[in-house]
Design a protein around this ligand. Structure first.
Ligand SMILES: Nc1ncnc2c1ncn2[C@@H]1O[C@H](COP(=O)(O)OP(=O)(O)O)[C@@H](O)[C@H]1O
Ligand SMILES: [Mg+2]
Ligand SMILES: [Zn+2]
Length: 225
């Protein structure tokens, strides 16, 4: 159905104090929202995630919910991203999906959900045509709001480390907000520590860019199942 306000052009002429000016029609907002949502990369099973259907059971889950809500409220005027780390099944991906969905649907702003392991697979499969793997990495690095989900779930080869370092450095120097979830521990010297699996420089860079938060709780999947 063509918009009656703008006859489908996306623009309307407004008469203001200083004469006529062209402004975007409201229907554009709807079109953009739909397009951003479609291209957001949010996995099907997380598309219905909201802040309101997240039921915190621990204090840290409640705090994580608040951190994500506050980020959404302030965005795009945020100075730091977020890292949620902790055991599987405690709602990390749910919360960051809700954050992205809200940002797209209520603010009409663009963002991307990227499962880190899938990204590595995608880069590998496009590797034979160097150009497309470059443009894939670039698209991910450059998106206004990036959700990097489940970093460290893959086997961390040097190549995978390089990809993460490249993305992190790129976004760091450009002040682009990044939201990360991981099962790895931050600030831990142990084998499942982020710095052991990646490296200390990347970890400390992420510390500068993000609010680091440890989430605790029971595995929701096991309870539900
Ligand atoms: N507190 C919660 N309230 C409602 N649903 C939850 C909660 N925690 C987890 N879930 C649901 O349980 C499943 C697993 O959570 P997920 O976010 O994937 O965990 P994680 O990313 O921490 O491994 C998802 O379907 C998610 O929607
Ligand atoms: Mg997850
Ligand atoms: Zn219109």
């Amino acid at each position: 159905m063509t918009c009656k306000q703008c006859s489908g052009t996306g623009w309307i002429i407004k008469n203001g104090e200083n004469g006529k000016s062209a402004v975007r029609c409201k229907c554009q907002f709807e079109t953009l929202k739909k397009e951003f949502f479609k291209n957001s990369g949010i996995p099907r099973r997380y598309r219905k995630c909201k802040f309101s259907n997240f039921k915190p059971e621990t204090i840290s889950q409640l705090k994580a919910l608040k951190i994500c809500k506050d980020f959404f409220k302030l965005y795009p005027f945020v100075d730091k991203g977020i890292v949620l780390f902790g055991d599987p099944g405690i709602g990390k991906t749910h919360l960051v999906s809700a954050l992205l969905i809200n940002t797209i649907l209520y603010k009409g702003l663009k963002g991307k959900f990227v499962d880190f392991r899938n990204l590595l697979i995608d880069i590998k499969t496009t590797f034979d045509t160097k150009e497309s793997s470059q443009s894939l990495i670039h698209e991910v690095m450059d998106v206004p709001l990036l959700i990097l989900d489940d970093v460290g779930a893959e086997r961390t080869t040097d190549w995978a480390k390089d990809i993460l370092t490249t993305i992190v450095n790129y976004r760091y120097t450009r002040n682009l907000p990044t939201v990360i979830t991981t099962n790895l521990q931050f600030n831990s010297p142990l084998e499942n520590g982020f710095s052991s699996r990646f490296d200390e420089r990347t970890e400390s860079r992420i510390y500068e860019m993000c609010k680091i938060f440890r989430m605790e709780g029971d595995d929701y999947r096991k309870k539900a199942g």
